[in-house]
Design a protein around this ligand. Structure first.
Ligand code: ASN
Length: 482
């Protein structure tokens, strides 16, 4: 009897598995990273939400599989790094399955096939790869198109310019800074269908299937769920609906808004919420990191004038090391490098998000400069004062606190204000790790509407106003302290 039941179950199992199947979720929530501007796969619509084939697809699969997901859109290169560093569990970004990538990623079943293709301005005379000799071709960093360009560079003699995101690449093509771009065919064709004055003079080259990916060896259940979800969506027709929504001719999914975004007023009206939230992140980054930097900077600054050689050496090393590393690299190291290392050693994912990583990088950077300001301030007080006070039998600590520091602080204050302004501007640098602060917010908006002149003007004014207001406030505080 038992055997019969077992056999019955064994027969039933494959039948059930042909129907709607759910895979077991292991994590309570999965972070999925994606590109920031790669229409029709992923892009922001005029209500500032990310849409596109990939966004709809991953959401539909998550729903189908009962999976909780959080999507981040740092850009293709940053998304790849995030998955490799364990900051994100999977990537969906019109990503091509290439042999090289198979060494570091596990891919799902394919959901699309794409070519890479050359795009030039409508007015361009470039008609073949040979015409590209000594011309500059733009490409997004880390993409399959970049691999194609690099492999064929010596053959055709063009220069390659790598961009962090599609928006700045297309912007550069429009302004004439580069002569051509190399991108996925559906992406170029889509932008042309949306009114971009571009053309594709040469037929595309296959770069492979498009699929969802996880870091090799991790989250295998996520690939399983993706595949099962995709199969279910294909079976019930929902997948086709998603494709049609973005690819069927005449679909104008990017311009559903009635607000005219070609004017500064229209841009502000349509994006003020997003801009304000970006501004909030910028201010939080600058203020929090500066507060931390003051504490660390004063400690190392005091070390640098200490009578103990060991403390002076420690301070010197700190300042030299931090000042010698570009802020961008420091941020990338903290956000991608260290977590990647920790994960490979311990198998644990890093709890550091982009905001925390950005704050740490900015704090260390400012701290090094503040340490120098503190040292300079203290050393500007004539040595005679320390000597006189010590010869009267007053302790080093007391002399520092009562005599030297009050004078030194006055000398340091303007430099502190200056350093804060620099820190605030430097927040734009750490945006490269995918942090959506004010600058990144602006770039995302431009990726949607190509209004770079007006949008960058708006950003410049935002920063100018904020920095002017804050410096005024700081000057007042300075006066009061004096
Ligand atoms: N198709 C590109 C690649 O896999 C992806 C992208 O640009 N988002 O390289």
């Amino acid at each position: 009897m038992k055997k019969k039941i077992l056999a019955f179950l064994l027969i039933l199992f494959p039948i059930f598995s042909l129907g709607v199947v759910k895979a077991d979720t292991v994590k309570s929530k999965y972070v999925i990273a994606s590109d920031s501007s790669f229409a029709p796969f992923v892009f922001q619509n005029s209500s500032n939400e990310y849409t596109g084939i990939d966004m709809d697809l991953i959401k539909a699969i998550a729903k189908d599989q009962g999976l909780e997901i959080e999507i981040t859109n740092p850009g293709f290169d940053a998304a790849i790094s995030a998955v490799q560093a364990g900051q994100a569990d999977g990537i969906i970004a019109g990503m091509s399955v290439t042999d090289a990538r198979k060494a570091t990623f596990d891919f799902s079943d394919s959901y699309y096939t794409a070519n890479t293709i050359l795009g030039v301005k409508e007015s361009s005379t470039i008609a073949s790869y040979e015409d590209l000799k000594d011309k500059t071709v733009g490409v997004k960093n880390g993409t399959a198109s970049q691999t194609f360009l690099t492999e064929n560079q010596s053959k055709y003699g063009y220069k390659i310019k790598a961009f962090a995101d599609g928006a700045s690449m297309y912007d550069s093509l429009n302004t004439g800074a580069i002569d051509a771009v190399m991108d996925d065919e559906p992406v170029l064709k889509y932008s042309i269908s949306q009114g971009q004055k571009l053309k594709t003079p040469i037929a595309g080259t296959p770069i492979g299937e498009t699929a969802f990916a996880v870091k090799k060896g991790s989250n295998p259940e996520l690939i399983q769920m993706f595949n099962k979800g995709l199969a279910n969506l294909k079976a019930n027709g929902e997948f086709q609906k998603i494709l049609d929504k973005y690819l069927a001719s005449g679909s104008t999914t990017t311009s559903t808004s009635t607000v005219d975004e070609t004017t500064i007023w229209g841009l502000l009206q349509n994006n003020y919420k997003q801009l304000l939230s970006g501004l909030g992140i910028t201010l939080a980054l600058a203020l929090i990191s500066f507060a931390i930097a003051i504490v660390i900077g004063i400690i190392f600054g005091m070390f640098s004038v200490s009578p103990y050689k060991s403390l002076r050496v420690i301070s010197e090393i700190f300042v030299d090391v931090i000042r010698g590393i570009p802020l961008m690299i420091l941020a990338a190291f903290i956000f991608w490098g260290i977590p990647n290392f920790i994960e490979s050693v311990t198998g644990q994912q890093s709890p550091i998000n982009d905001f925390v990583a950005g704050t740490i990088a900015l704090s260390l950077n400012s701290a090094a400069y503040i340490a120098e300001i503190v040292r300079g301030g203290i050393q500007a007080v004539p040595v005679g004062q320390m000597e006189a006070s010590r010869s009267l039998g007053i302790s080093y600590g007391k002399t520092m606190r009562k005599i030297i520091l009050p004078q030194a602080t006055k000398l340091m204050l303007p430099n502190f204000v200056n350093q804060f302004v620099i820190a605030l501007k430097d927040t734009t640098i750490v945006s490269a790790i995918g942090l959506v602060e004010l600058f990144q917010t602006g770039k995302i908006i431009i990726a949607r509407n190509y209004q770079s002149f007006k949008m960058y003007a708006i950003l410049a004014i935002f920063y100018l106003v904020i920095i002017t207001l804050l410096t005024r406030l700081a000057k007042r505080l300075e006066k009061r302290i004096r």
